[in-house]
Design a binder for this molecule. Structure first.
Ligand code: ADP
Length: 671
């Protein structure tokens, strides 16, 4: 109220020209009532004369600037409320006014900084008016403290800045969100907003501001009912929903899958007026899943096929994991060990071990099993075992091989064993051996008888016609050949049946060799047999066995020689090391080495490795395919090695061969 009156009063003053009107000659009463008015004013009011001296200072001025009225009046405005940096400006203004009467400050609202008694600066709003009093001109300043206002302004600016930052953050999130986000308004389903990810869901289309059912016309029939449900207040969440959409460039409709949520939104007022859509395309995942499913079903099919094949295999198949649990046993396997086919999945290697017998009839240790060895990384090539069937205890002969199953890095995942029931074959083999033994035995007697008679007859040949003599010699050769075969078969069956008994008697190796050579060359053989060297040598060995061996080597050398060529026999006593034998040998480390050399067919290099195998013949179907059983070297090798000797050879195809047999000289037997 008071302020209004004051304003009215001052405004009327302002409107008058500065020097046109003056306040009537001052009375003390006027000045006094003016002071009351000033003190009641809400603004700080300061009156200043032309020279810048403070003439009036109300209560608000006291409160604002800290100077009391008494202190302030008489001081200059410049020293009291103007901050030092603004003092020059203030003084210049005063001077200009005094010189030109020009006061641009008048009637304006200015915001500037003032200074209180303590030197603190205060933001203020200032309005200055002029008043001519009897004792001179007064500038009256009305001052508003802006401190609070400034604080409020600052706060407001902060709030605005915060809101702005949040808006920016929100915009950044929206535009970088990996999911499509869009706002569809209830009016016409217009797309009001779509973030970049949403645009990317259907590239090449204009979305912003367009009715959604237009923008996606080909799937409008799917979208519309969803929008309507959302606008009805329902939140819709659909996973891997299929839409048939046009590609960006024209073309046939393609399948796309989306997972999305539609949320009803109220922006203004209580009614739902928009739908927030958050969507991601899941086409790749859906395709990948269906591919995985296809592969899985293919894998299942393959596994079933494989399983079928394995199940129908005649051979038994056992597969175990790295912990020794059986993971697969086929029908033949189950039949072999005699377990119920459905039960075998619970089996472990321990159960298998309980079924396997060693040659001595004891049960196998788990670690001895082929599968256990394969798990340790060994490759078990062929192994013969006896398996006892679970339900009837019947024993079967089994031949098996096993190997580790490894992953790409070579780590062992499990093992597989393939086993064949060879019981029948084994039985047949035994029968065969028994038969050959019986036949050889049975033949032995008649052959000996015929040989004896033939020899006797040969000695009484006087007066016998030449043709009969030839027939008799043919008979003799045939019988000798039969004797050789019978002897060989007897040896073979004995070796096979584990019945080869070899004696160890001390004998003169040189004499034995000499005797055999003499006997074999009694009748002309078309080849010159020369004994090149014959060192006296005493060995411990089986006489028959050694004779058989020497006979075999000599007969081979003669048979595989070229007609007219020669065969050289030598027996040399040599240091064991020179003969290539390692380790200390009795008899001062000396060997008696028999060498039989020919310049005949030789043995092709690639066939040399098998030359000591039973029934192996290196010259089958060649010009050198002479009669023979392929057992001579096998028998000789068995005899020599079982007696502790060694046998080896050198041979060059087409050039000839040299076979060697070495025995340690018997202790104190060196002649
Ligand atoms: P065979 O009765 O067939 O001679 P062996 O066991 O004595 O049976 O010999 C096996 C094979 O070794 C022979 O078939 C032959 O091919 C080869 N062989 C043995 N000795 C000689 C040799 N001195 N020269 C060339 N080949 C030989």
């Amino acid at each position: 109220m008071l302020k209004v009156r004051l304003e009215v009063m001052l405004r009327s003053e302002e409107q008058s020209e500065l020097n046109s009107e003056t306040v009537p000659a001052g009375t003390a009463r006027t000045t006094e009532s003016l002071r009351v008015v000033l003190d009641a004013a809400l603004d700080a009011v300061i009156a200043m004369d032309e020279s810048g001296i403070i003439r009036e200072w109300n209560l608000q001025a006291e409160a604002l600037f800290g100077w009391t009225r008494q202190e302030a009046i008489g001081r200059t405005v410049a020293d009291t409320v103007v901050p030092p940096r603004a003092r020059d400006h203030h003084l210049r203004g005063l001077r200009r006014f005094r010189e030109t009467g020009d006061a641009p400050i008048l009637g304006k609202r200015l915001t500037l900084d003032a200074r209180d008694k303590s030197g603190r600066e205060i933001p203020i709003e200032l309005r200055v008016t002029a008043l001519r009093l009897p004792d001179g001109l007064r500038f009256i300043a009305f001052i508003n403290d802006l401190t609070v206002m400034r604080g409020l302004e600052r706060e407001q600016r902060n709030v605005v800045a915060q809101i702005d930052a949040q808006r920016q953050l929100f915009a950044t999130i929206l535009s970088n969100a990996p999911a499509g986000i869009a706002l569809i308004s209830s009016h016409d389903f217009t797309i009001e907003f779509a973030n970049p990810a949403f645009h990317a869901l259907s590239p090449g289309r204009t979305l912003q501001g367009r009715p959604a059912l237009d923008a996606w016309s080909e799937i409008a029939h799917q979208l519309e009912p969803l929008y309507r449900r959302a606008l009805g207040g329902e939140t819709i969440h659909l996973v891997d929903e299929r839409f048939r959409m046009h590609p960006p460039t024209d073309g046939a409709l393609e399948d796309h899958w989306f997972t999305f949520t539609m949320v009803p939104i109220r922006r203004e007022g209580p009614a739902i007026d928009a739908i927030l859509v958050v969507a991601v395309e899941t086409t790749d995942q859906v395709r990948a899943r269906s591919q995985v499913a296809e592969l899985a079903s293919l894998a299942r099919q393959r596994a079933a096929e494989l399983r079928g094949i394995i199940d129908h295999m005649a051979d038994a198949v056992f597969v175990c994991d790295q912990n020794g649990r059986l993971t697969l046993v086929n029908a033949a396997g189950a039949a072999l060990i005699g377990f119920d086919h459905t039960r075998v999945r619970d089996l472990t290697l321990t159960d298998l071990a309980a079924r396997e017998l060693t040659d001595h009839g004891r049960e196998r240790q788990v670690h001895e099993l082929a599968l256990s060895r394969a798990l340790r990384g060994e490759s078990v090539v062929v192994r013969d075992v006896i398996v006892r069937r679970a339900y009837d205890g019947a024993e079967r002969w089994v031949r098996s091989s096993a190997a580790a199953i490894r992953d790409d890095s070579g780590a062992v995942l499990g093992a597989v064993e393939v086993a064949r029931d060879v019981t029948d074959a084994e039985r047949l083999e035994r029968l065969k051996r028994e038969f050959v033994r019986a036949a050889a035995h049975e033949l032995n007697t008649p052959v000996t008888v015929v040989t004896g008679y033939a020899q006797v007859l040969a000695r009484q040949l006087q007066g016998v016609p030449a043709s009969s003599r030839e027939m008799l010699e043919g008979l003799h050769r045939g019988v000798e050949r039969m004797e050789t075969i019978v002897r060989a078969l007897t040896y073979v069956t004995r070796i096979e049946l584990g019945e080869l008994a070899l004696a160890r008697e001390r004998l003169r190796f040189d004499e034995l060799v000499d005797r055999v050579v003499t006997r074999m060359t009694r009748r002309p053989v078309g080849i010159t047999v020369r004994v090149a060297r014959l060192d006296a040598a005493m060995i411990d060995a089986d006489r028959d066995g050694i004779e058989q061996t020497v006979r075999n080597l000599l007969s081979n050398a003669i048979r595989y020689s070229k007609p007219g060529s020669s065969v050289e026999v030598s027996l040399a006593v040599a240091a064991a090391a020179a003969a290539g034998r390692s380790g200390a040998a009795p008899g001062g480390g000396q060997d008696a080495v028999l060498s039989v050399r020919d310049w005949g067919a030789g043995i092709p290099k690639e066939r040399q490795a098998r030359i000591f195998e039973r029934f192996y013949r290196a010259h089958t179907d060649t010009a050198y395919d002479f009669e023979g059983l392929g057992v001579g070297l096998y028998i000789s090798h068995e005899i020599v090695t079982r007696l502790g000797g060694r046998m080896w050879f050198e041979s060059v195809e087409g050039k000839g061969s040299m076979f060697h047999v070495a025995f340690p000289i018997a202790p104190s037997g060196a002649a």
